[in-house]
Each structure stands twice: as C-alpha cells, then as structure tokens.
Design a protein around this ligand. Structure first.
Ligand code: ATP
Length: 900
C-alpha cells in the first residue's frame, strides 16, 4: 500500500483507501491503531554505540593498556593480589567512564527529542498539534508557510501553496502545488504537484493533505536508507580542552619518564618503578575531562529547559556566556502578545471599546457616551473587513472561571483581537462566511506588512485588506467618509496619521483597514496589482501590554554588560512607547526606522549600530543588515526570530533564538536555541545559565589540574631529594578513582555565584586557563606538595617504617584533595560565604570518597592489599593538621583576589 501512485488517485479515493475523512481526519482510536501497525514516522538513523562498545573504547587508551600489561607481568612474577586489584581498579574506572558517557549521551538525546518537530493535524474533527513522529497514513495535515512537510502527503487543498523541494530534488525554485490535479500516468517526483514530500519546506501559502506514507517509506526515507546519525561537532570549549588534555598528557608522560629514570638511579626495582610511573601518569592525566564537560553542558541544558529555553547546539551554551547584545522582537517577546482592540478610528471619529482579553463582550463609546455599533455603517464595514480578512478563530476554551466562560484564540493574537472586536459588535465570522466565503487570498508577510482576502459581494467581488497604517495609507486613493466613497485628501491623510500617532504613542499597535472592488477572482493574485488604489476605511488600535518580567530582565542585562536591542516590524511610536516602559530607551534619538536604515551605507549603519536601541518598521532583510552591523562592532549577538524570512538573520547571529510558540519550523530549525515561552526574560535566564556552566567548567578544571599537578610534584620531588616513593601504584590509582570523578562532577553542578550577572561578558577568545588561574594552580599544587611531603617526612622520622609514612601521605593527599574540591567551588568567594554544605552533590561525593578511603584503611584484608597501616586518632590529628594547609592557603589567596 505504501508505494501506491497516490498522485494518480482522486482525493475521494485516497480517503477511501486510507479510511480517513477529508474534513474530520482520523479518529484518535484509528490513529492509535495505525501507529501500532505502521510504526513511528521517523527516519531511522545509524544506531548509537552499545554499552560493550563504549566499555571497549575505554580500554583503547594507550596508558591503560600499558598498565594492564605491566600488571600481567607482575602477576607472572608472583605479585598476584596487588596486580589483580590494579586491574580491578582499572575496570572500575572504565565502568565509571561508561556511566558518565552514557549519561551524557542520554541527556543529549533527551534534549534532541524536545526540539523535535510538531505537525498540525485534524483528528476527531479538531485541529491539534502533535509530535510529527506520531503521524500515521490517513492523517489530515495542515500546512502553512514556514512548515516542514512532516510526511509524504497527497494534497487535498492548496491556497497559493508553494513548496521548496531542494532537499529532495535539488530544484531551487519552489514548486507551485495544486491539489485539484489528478495525473493519469506516472510522472517524476519533481512534477507531482498534487503531492508534498517529507522534509521539504512550505515557502508560501497554505494547504491541507492526507498522509500517504511515513518514516522510511517516504520518498526521502527511501533515498536515505541508512541515514548517518547526526554527529554534533565539538564545541570550541571542547576543542580547547582536548588540546589542553593533549599537552598535559605529553607533559605528564615526559615527567613520569623522568620519575622512572630517577627511581632507577635511586635503586628502586625496575618493575616496581615502572608500575609507579605508569600509575602516576594514569592518575595525573585527566582522562575523564571530556565526558565530564559533556555531562555538565548537558545537565546545564536541562536546567535551561526548566527556564524555558531549549538549546539545540552545544556550542550555544558557551556562546551564551559571552553574549554582549540581545536583539529581540517586540511583539510576544517583550510584550505579552495578548492583544485587545481598544480604539477604532473611522469617518474622522475616535471610538473606544471596553472589555478585557478575548471575552467577546464590551461596549463601544464615542465622547464617553455609549453607542450602538450596529447602527454605524463605518464601524460595521471596518469590523467586517477585520474579521473576514483574518485567519484567527475565537473559541470557548472549555474551562469556566467565576461562572463565566473563558475564551481563547487559535491563531495570531493580532488577528484574534479583530475577531473579538467584531464579536463585541455582534459580527461573527461564521455568519458572514455563509454569504461571503473566502475565494482567494494573498497571505500576510512581514515584508509587505499586509494581507488580502477575496470574497463575493453583490454581483461582483471584493478584496478586503488589512495591514500597517503607513503602508496602507500610501496605497489608498479613496476613502469611505460619511457613507460615501470619495477621493482621499491631504487633510484626510493628515488626520489619519495624527490618529495613528495618537494611538501609537499610547503603545497601541495599529492596523489599517481598507477594501477594493474587483471584477474577477485572480488565479494567481499579484500583490503589486491588487493592493493599490484601495478605499481606506479606518484604523484599529490594540493594546499589547509589556511583559512585567521583561522589565526586570532588561535591568539584569544592563547590569551584566549586555545591551538589549528591540527590532520590530511595528510602528516607531508604538515601539518607542513600549521601549520606554521597559526601560530600554533613555534617549529617544537612539531609534532608527527601516526607511532611515535604507539610506545608510554599511559603514554608517555600523557606526549607528553602536548606540541604536530600537529599530522600528523593519522587515526581515533589515534584520540581517542589523546583525551584521552589530557584529562588525565586535559584539556577540543573540537574535530572535519567528518567520521563514528571519532564517538568514538567525543563521548570521552568533546565537539564533527561535520562538517556540509562534515560530515557524524553518526558524526553529535554523536557530541555535528555542524559547518555549517566547519570552525575552528566558533569553536572559539562558545567558545566566550559560555563564554558570562556563564558570563551573572552569572550577573543575582548576580543581583537577591543581590536584593532578600536585600528585606528579609529590613523587617527582621525593625522587629528587632522595626520599622513598611516597605513594604506591595501587594507592595512586585508588586516589585517582576517589578524587577525580565525584568531586569534579559535583563542581559542575555548583549553583550560580551571587555576582554572576554583575560581571562583564566573557571574551570569546579568552583561554580557559587565564594567567590568574595558572598562578592559582601553581600556588595550590605547591602547597599540596609541601603538605604531603611534609607529613611524609614527619612520619618517616616519628613513626615506624615507610609503610606507615606512605599511609600518612596517602590519607593526607586524599583529605586535602577533597577539601580542595570545596575551595574550588568559587574562585573568589570564600567557601563559608557561599555555604560550606550548600552543594549537596559535593557533600555526597566527598563523603563517599572519604568512606572509600576509610575502607582501605580499616578493613584488615584491604590494608594488606593497599599496603596501608592502621591510623589512630592521634595519627589523624597530624594528618588533618597537614591536610588543612592547602585549604587555608586557598582561602587566604581568595582574600587577595577579592581585594584586587
Ligand atoms: P515584531 O517584529 O516585534 O514581532 P511585528 O509583529 O509588528 O513586530 P511583523 O509580524 O513583521 O512584526 O509585522 C509587521 C507589521 O505588519 C505590523 O506592525 C503590522 O502593522 C502588520 N501586521 C502584523 N500582523 C498582521 C496581519 N496578520 N495582517 C495584516 N497586517 C499585519
């Protein structure tokens, strides 16, 4: 059934074969059943690594192999327990590595699912949004500009539908579709104009189609039999860390080589010294770093999801931390996008409209006295056009509050406000459509800033048009005044512009309404042809309140050295009014309109972009220019967008941010990040999380490096000054297991520091280890070396034997490393001021690590294996005293850092 030539079938036959209804779609039960038999609508990629493959991967490490080989050799010469335990620890380490990696990839997987595309379907007679993977053959799918076609469809309706099929056929010009054609014979893919194919993009118009094949049975699925699974490229940070890891690896190997030679010179048996050197290298090289970084990035991304942003590309997390400019749309992002029409200007009069939200009840007043809108022909016409030239639907939402029905809008809130305003005057779309159905349309787009629909009227036809007032006024030659159509005068224009200005300065969003008689319904309506010589009817102004949380977010931005910039298609006065309300604009001169922008050269725009905070009346092409100009000034730009035309600007920006609710698939696909609540405040929250993640990554790198360098120094210096080897190989490996994984991960979960949003943005090219950190690492590892060697020398003198002294050194090193983890929790704040026990993971991780230390000290059998001796309370006094030295040093050096 899957490979039927659907394009040769009549619509009704398609619906018969697929047992669906061309108006109501499938029922939920039918869909459930079909899902069982057809499976999910997804392209099956290459499978990921299995656990065993991951485990094997862990043993491919050169050093680990040497360690295992060396252990096997020592087993052969009789050191059975020691070597067996070493192998056990190596295996344990590998298992831990696998757990970390699989957690990381699971977290990334989960995030990818969240960003998965949705499809608009009709099921049980209702429009629903469902995950595209749940589509089944027979589903009735709605398409509009900006949508990805979610499965292969046989179209049943098309309104100026054009689809870009480049991804499938390579053809770069969008294909015009026509649902009414039926092909008699076989035609190639590119010519099947009554069908739409999975993965292609609707570039214009609207349509409806029946799903005929899903998943791997679609045309694209059959081409790409086995799709390579999408491999995320490493982020700049990951690359930098890999680089760092390599350098550290080579350096530690070199030093371990020297240690080995020094040991031999000092007469330590070859195998023993070899094992020590290799174990030291294994302990010192932070092999878990990449996995921990991925986990921290992924967990940070999960926290961001709770704060309403989905990160699609890992690198965005880092870039967020260095963002210096956030360019945001106004409508819906800085405002609530809950429009309510409050003013109407027609026939020279300004009317007011009462009522809140989408409840279709309210009164019309003129000069403070109530009027009957039905008795006013001008109001009637204006509201009729507003509600018919409209794609929004008003619905009872089913929930009742305070014994009152509640209402909601399906579609664009701007249009919703018009439907509600008309309903308040008793004008309902459903009634009007009986005599004036829509016969053709020119859809809205942000470049034209207007929309037209065609309807029958009397003996002929009429085009109803609504759009941006200035644009509409320029295209009108006549005006409906005192019940008659007369040529529009300069006086009229002046009055209209004044009324527009008056409403806009009150932060109202204003639309103009007009119409035009036409003789026939054009097959392919050309906007340039139709949308001119119109008859102007009036203006309608709606409030779209600023989001209360946006004001606070803008304040935070400014404190964080980030400049918020508004880029809107709306009228300048409206934009300025909202920007002032939000505290974005202190000085009115820093506003630029699209028309003004067009007169500037690239250099002039770059110069202007330094202090323009509001761009008004812009179209998507301007957005691209604006991002470019801001970037040229050396900024890192985050930019929001929702429409198809916004995609280039989203791509150009350092971080493209798509709207989750109102955004098109294309915008979401191009973006690096999606806002699930379309809210500006969520971008700022994401920036904050980005900063936190980066600073946490710095923290655990700081921690790991200072500890690992100390480990090398301890053995190296001991060899140099003629001491016995202070730590046995098995102790080094145990230490590595205890102190690397848990505390480092816990540092990755550290909560934000209080001043995280009071610092300037991080420079993108800043190395992860700056001079300050290098110094701090040097200081810390020196103090740790001094304290461990100090305790070792002390114990050699005052206790009995090397074994006891090693136990002292071993316990002191672990103790001081665990404390080191606590001091690493902030680079500048004292650990007491951020709450010593505030990080639960840290407390848990260090307690487990410490218990693991106690086990090898106090379980008699393990004491034998780990070559440790019993430690009394008195011994612990000494160990704690020495172990505290690096801790005190770290906290004291923070005091100096804070002073500077
Ligand atoms: P922002 O860019 O901040 O989201 P916006 O919603 O005003 O602002 P666009 O959607 O590009 O930006 O709209 C541009 C202009 O087109 C609007 O200011 C309005 O005048 C007009 N307009 C918006 N929606 C419609 C519509 N559905 N029908 C007709 N005209 C519209």
């Amino acid at each position: 059934m899957e490979n039927k030539k659907w394009y040769t079938l009549e619509k009704k036959d398609v619906s018969k074969v697929l047992k669906t209804h061309l108006e109501n779609g499938l029922s939920s039960e039918q869909a459930q059943e079909k899902l069982k038999s057809h499976g999910y609508n997804e392209l099956v990629g290459k499978r990921g690594q299995t656990i065993w493959e991951m485990l094997l991967e862990q043993f491919k490490d050169f050093l680990v192999l040497i360690l295992i080989a060396a252990s096997l050799v020592s087993i052969l010469i009789g050191e059975v327990t020691d070597s067996a335990v070493i192998i056990l620890i190596v295996i344990l380490n590998a298992v831990l590595g696998v757990i970390q990696e699989s957690r990381a990839s699971k977290a990334l997987e989960a995030l990818k699912k969240m960003a998965a595309p949705e499809a608009k379907v009709i099921r049980d007679g209702h429009i629903k949004e469902i995950p595209a993977r749940e589509l089944v053959p027979g589903d009735l799918v709605l398409l509009e500009a900006g949508n990805y076609v979610p499965a292969d469809l046989r179209l049943v309706e098309s309104m100026n539908l054009k689809i870009d099929e480049a991804s499938l056929t390579g053809e770069s010009v969008p294909v015009e579709k026509n649902a009414d054609i039926v092909f008699q014979e076989e035609v190639p893919l590119g010519d099947r104009t009554n069908s739409a194919f999975m993965g292609t993009v609707v570039s214009y118009g609207r349509g409806k189609g029946v799903v005929v094949s899903t998943g791997m049975n679609t045309e694209i699925g059959m081409i790409a039999e086995m799709l390579e699974s999408y491999q995320e490229e490493d982020t700049p940070l990951q690359k930098k860390l890999a680089e760092l890891g390599k350098i550290l690896g080579i350096a530690s190997l070199a030093i371990c080589g020297v240690v080995f030679l020094l040991g031999l010179l000092r007469g330590v048996p070859v195998l023993e010294m070899f094992m020590t050197a290799v174990s030291l290298a294994v302990a010192a090289i932070p092999e878990g770093l990449p996995a921990i970084v991925t986990i921290v990035l992924a967990l940070g991304m999960q926290r961001m999801v709770k704060r309403h942003s989905i990160i699609k590309k890992l690198h965005a997390v880092e870039t967020l931390g260095s963002t210096t400019v956030i360019c945001s749309d106004k409508t819906g992002t800085l405002t609530q996008n809950e429009m309510t029409a409050t003013r109407i200007y027609t026939d020279g009069k300004m009317y007011s409209l009462s009522g809140e939200g989408y409840r279709p009840y309210g009164e019309f007043t003129f000069d403070n006295s109530k009027i009957d809108p039905k008795a006013d022909a001008h109001l009637q016409l204006l509201l009729t056009i507003g509600t018919l030239c409209n794609d929004a639907k008003l619905e009872e939402s089913g929930t009742e509050k305070d014994n009152e029905k509640s209402w909601r809008i399906l579609g664009d809130p701007t249009e919703g406000a018009l439907v509600v305003a008309a309903a308040k005057a008793g004008i309902y779309t459903s009634d009007l459509e009986k005599t004036m159905p829509r016969l053709q349309e020119i859809p809205f787009d942000s470049d034209r800033k207007r929309m037209t629909t065609f309807h029958p009227a009397g003996q002929g036809y009429v085009a109803y048009i609504k759009g941006a007032p200035d644009v509409m006024l320029n295209l009108s030659t006549t005006i409906y005044k005192s019940g008659k159509v007369v040529p529009i005068t300069d006086e009229d224009r002046k009055n209209i512009l004044e009324a527009n200005h008056h409403m806009a300065t009150q932060a109202l969003r204003v639309l103009a309404i007009a119409y035009k008689d036409v003789n026939a319904i054009p097959q392919e309506p050309d906007p340039a042809d139709i949308e001119k010589d119109m008859t102007f009817v009036g203006l309608i102004g709606m409030i779209d309140p600023a989001r209360p949380e946006a004001r606070e977010a803008i304040r935070v931005c400014k404190g964080a050295g980030i400049r918020p910039v508004m880029i809107t298609g709306d009228y300048k006065d409206t934009a300025v009014a909202i920007a002032k309300e939000l505290g974005m604009l202190e000085d009115e001169s820093r506003v630029l309109t699209g028309a003004e922008l067009d007169t500037l050269s690239d250099e002039e725009l770059t110069a202007a972009a330094k202090d323009v905070s509001v761009y008004a009346r812009v179209s998507p092409v301007h957005k691209l220019k604006i991002v470019d100009a801001i970037k040229k000034n050396g900024h890192i730009v985050a930019m929001t967008g929702d429409g198809v035309n916004d995609a280039p600007a989203l791509k150009k920006a350092d971080i493209g941010v798509a709207m989750g609710i109102t955004g098109t698939d294309v915008a979401k696909e191009t973006a690096d990040m999606i806002l699930t609540d379309d809210n500006f405040a969520s971008i700022v929250a994401a920036v904050e999380e980005g900063r936190v993640i980066y600073s946490n990554i710095r923290k655990f790198i700081f921690f790991l490096l200072s500890c690992n360098i100390a480990e090398i120094l301890i053995i190296f210096v001991a060899m140099l000054i003629g001491l016995p080897v202070p730590l046995k190989p098995i102790q080094l490996l145990w230490l590595n297991l205890l102190t690397d994984a848990f505390p480092a991960l816990a540092l990755g979960m550290e909560k934000k520091e209080p001043n995280i949003m009071n610092r300037p943005p991080r420079k993108p090219d800043e190395p992860i280890m700056d001079t300050r950190m290098k110094w701090q690492i040097a200081i810390q590892s020196t103090f740790m070396t001094v304290s461990v060697l100090g305790v070792f020398i002390y114990a050699l003198k005052f206790t009995n034997g090397v074994e006891a002294a090693r136990t002292y050194a071993f316990a002191t090193l672990i103790f001081s490393e665990l404390l080191r983890a606590y001091t690493s929790r902030s680079e500048t704040y004292s650990v007491f001021s951020i709450g010593f026990f505030a990080n639960k993971f840290m407390v848990g991780g260090t307690v487990i690590s410490f218990l693991l230390l106690l086990i090898v000290l106090y379980v008699p059998y393990l004491r034998g294996v780990f070559d440790t001796t019993f430690l009394s309370f008195y011994d612990w006094d000494i160990i704690v005293a020495f172990g505290l030295i690096p801790f005190v040093a770290a906290e004291v050096s923070k005091i100096f850092l804070r002073r500077n």
